[in-house]
Design a protein around this ligand. Sequence first.
Ligand code: F6P
Length: 329
Amino acid sequence: MKTIAVLTSGGDAPGMNAAIRAVVRTGCENGVRVLGIRRGYHGLMNGDMFEMNLRSVSDIIHRGGTMLYSARSKEFCTEAGMQKAIDVCKENGIEGIVVIGGDGSFRGARDLSVRGVNCVGIPGTIDNDIGCCDYTIGYDTALNTIMDMVDRIRDTTESHDRCTVVEVMGRRAGYLALNAGIAIGATSILIPELEFSVDKDIIERMRRTQKTGKQHFIIVVAEGVSDQLKERGLNDVGALAKYIEHNLGVESRATVLGHVQRGGSPSVKDRVVASQMGNYAAHLLLNGVGNRVVAMQKEAIVDYDIVEALNMKKSIDLDLYKIAMEISI
Ligand code: F6P
């Protein structure tokens, strides 16, 4: 291959810059032209790209976000949008693209691959919700950010003998909530993968711990349980906090951590995994291999056919949930 490109798509994640750096440097060191496409597939359709060199990616390994910007494009999902993207690839001599993003981004990569533009996906999302991967870039940093934020919330929660309900991201998955919940010692954790009862899993647990002298509580709720809460007449975490206060007489507050979870300097793990995956993805393209997703399985970097990867499912570690329930009491 003479020319490859790299783009970031979907929600940004800490470590994406480290992955871009690895792709660009691996490409340049192996004698290919590397183009950086701005704003994901939207930028690809509109030819928004620039040539990168070894120095274009200096001083980014420690930065959150993505230097290539990101976007979610509806137009790219149409036949006309796809054709526009293919034409831009032909005009610019792009033979392969490294796509850093989540499942939605990989579907775009699959569609481009079947039309002759070799694509390799790299999993970048704080949600850790990609079936073929044990680990996605950004997850560790987001967990640490949640832990830092909730440690602060704990100070004020404890000072006032309160209960704080903390909503964390994760789209439809509970990985962030479960692991952060353990790390911060949450009394209860609600995740979309498990059925729950507010009375049994929150109110009764809090009551039991009150009897042992506990006076402040952190409850972690995954954003993915919002529909389940609504079915129980609780519109949001604010309503859940009021419900707790009403039933237990413990003053309660709700905090939605929101996009603070997506920002910040990537952790060591995210920088290292992103560097490994970026290097691996670029080598696949350099060897003429496309239509693949790079993944981490049991600490090893591997790759899968994109269609196979999109059909893979992973399940949450229910033993971890049992541990949390046994020790956060
Ligand atoms: O996929 C990453 C993520 O941060 C999810 O956890 C969250 O549900 C979603 O993106 C938020 O998307 P947006 O930034 O478009 O509001």
